[in-house]
Design a protein around this ligand. Structure first.
Ligand SMILES: Nc1ncnc2c1ncn2[C@@H]1O[C@H](COP(=O)(O)OP(=O)(O)O)[C@@H](O)[C@H]1O
Ligand SMILES: [Mg+2]
Length: 503
């Protein structure tokens, strides 16, 4: 075994070393010691693991403001004194745990001694400390500053749901694609779930062009989705039409009931006609109902029968992509997501579909905080999944660039969070509140993460950890650049008229 690299020596400060942390002077600036890194020291109890929370420089020549000002008047200070030699780099750490001789992990109850060496942490120990799963885990990349694969246990990662949060462009969809690759590539012996992705922008459809994945992908175009009117109760209409009074809801209920008894199947137009013909409903009430119901026809979603059929869609090791790219109306999108989520969850509860993970891109659109329920038609089912899903192995992954706008009920149930770069102070604050383990120094790092770098917190790890998301193996979908599209449009290639077919 090679000797671990020595990074520095524990020093005394006003209040350290203590059981909560210590500072050490870094031996060489080139040793690559970074904030957020894990290090190790020996204590009387065993081998302790600590994380670097801050790094600063000090130089005793610059301690007194008065003398610095005096000396600055001449340039002599820099030649007369060995100033450079008195510059030190000091790292502050937080002690996280200590492995005793018999391999038990304890809270440190005794500090390390000043003067002892701080070394790199043993990777096997770090692996155990973080609770990673190198054998069967989901490989998202590398633990930052350590050559250790960031492989997370599937159960811990998704069974209590997860969320991927970051500003736009930080790499959420890319990280999700890596996550999907891992899930689709699992061997049946490793345990496989079915995947259902709500793809707002058609970003994941490129999986179907990739020879390694295409057999396992089923794309459903949101434009084609239909809801059978015969399966739509008055409550659903009430959710869509908040203006309806309780009396009108009851009246509509009667009409629907009557139609169901009379006809095998029917359309929205038949409901409108039945309302018009009803002798029980007062004229004013009737006119309003007819008006509202006719408006719903514009959503172009109600029909005689459901499309698609839901029973055989979900398969283990395969992915259903609901492509909402061409659906512009937000309420229509929500209705579609509500339909899929409800159908799948009900089928799962009946044991008719395999365990699955529902991934929702732009989740704040489907499960918003604080908006009226008529404008959040899919919120109820997503919150229900968040609260009850895990008992039935129906798991959620919410992706959002606006955590503050995401339902607190749903987000608080996402026990694993992958946080890429976030800059908005409200969003940062929101995340801090949702996890006790996050310290201010960790949060400061989140603010300055690069694309593809992220913080993993919650169930999946025993301690918050920074990762670098690995490169994708699958084909990435690249939209056409504006310039190229403009050139093609100018050539009057008619079939590209809207760009819809093209992207
Ligand atoms: N881990 C990564 N490695 C390489 N490129 C990445 C990585 N993560 C993101 N990118 C690139 O950064 C850009 C933005 O990523 P994307 O996932 O679309 O961001 P978001 O979904 O958060 O808006 C894309 O062009 C993507 O290819
Ligand atoms: Mg995205």
């Amino acid at each position: 075994m090679t000797e671990p690299t020595i990074y520095g020596t524990v020093i005394t400060t006003e209040d350290s070393p203590s059981v909560s942390g210590f500072a050490f002077v870094i031996h060489s600036e080139n040793s690559g010691v970074k904030r957020g890194q894990f290090v190790s020291v020996k204590t009387v109890e065993g081998t302790a693991i600590a994380t670097i929370s801050n790094i600063f420089k000090t130089n005793k020549y610059f301690e007194s403001a008065g003398s610095v000002r005096e000396y600055s008047k001449t340039t002599e200070m820099y030649t007369a004194f060995p100033i450079k030699e008195w510059e030190y780099t000091v790292a502050e750490t937080k002690l996280l745990g200590v492995y005793t001789k018999d391999g038990m992990l304890n809270r440190p109850s005794f500090p390390p001694s000043p003067g002892i060496e701080v070394t790199e942490v043993d990777l096997q120990m770090l692996n155990r400390f973080l609770g990673l799963d190198q054998e069967r885990g989901i490989d998202l990349g590398e633990i930052q500053q350590h050559s250790l694969r960031a492989k997370f246990n599937l159960t811990k990662m998704i069974q209590k749901h997860m969320a991927i949060l970051a500003i736009s462009g930080a790499g959420k969809s890319y990280a999700t694609a890596v996550f999907i690759e891992e899930l689709l590539s699992r061997d049946p012996k490793q345990g496989r779930v079915a995947l259902f992705v709500v793809d707002n922008h058609g970003e994941y459809v490129s999986f179907a062009d990739d020879p390694d994945f295409k057999e396992r992908i089923n794309i459903i175009d949101g434009e084609d989705v239909r809801l059978a009117v015969k399966n739509t109760g008055e409550r659903m209409f009430a959710a869509l039409l908040p203006e309806m009074s309780p009396v009108q809801i009851r009246e509509l209920g009667k009409v629907l009931h009557h139609l169901k008894n009379e006809k095998h199947t029917f359309e929205l137009k038949d409901v409108v006609d039945a309302v018009k013909d009803s002798e029980d409903i007062k004229k004013a009430s009737k006119d309003a109902l007819v008006g509202w119901l006719s408006e719903l026809e514009d959503l172009k979603i109600f029909a005689q029968d459901d499309y698609p059929g839901y029973e055989n869609l979900l398969e283990q090791g395969k992915m259903v992509i609901l492509n909402l790219r061409n659906v512009l109306d937000l309420r229509r999108k929500q209705l579609i997501v509500r339909q899929f989520s409800t159908k799948f969850f009900n089928l799962r509860r009946e044991g008719k579909v395999p365990p699955y993970l529902e991934i929702i891109e732009e989740a704040h659109n489907f499960c918003p905080e604080g908006t009226r329920s008529s404008e959040a038609l899919s919120r109820h089912i997503i919150e229900l999944l968040a609260r009850e899903g895990r008992k039935f192995y129906a798991n959620l992954c919410l992706i959002s660039q606006r955590p503050v706008q995401l339902s607190t009920t749903a987000l608080s149930q996402c026990n694993t969070q992958i946080i890429l770069k976030i800059t908005n102070p409200y969003d940062l604050d929101h995340i801090k509140k949702s996890s006790e383990a996050i310290s201010q120094s960790t949060l400061d790092i989140v603010n300055s993460l690069k694309v593809g770098e992220g913080l993993v917190i919650g169930e999946a790890v025993n301690y918050p950890v920074f990762i670098k998301v690995r490169k994708r193996k699958s084909k990435e979908s690249h939209g056409t650049k504006l310039e190229d599209y403009a050139i093609m449009y100018e050539k009057k290639e008619n079939k590209l008229a809207t760009g819809k077919e093209f992207l």
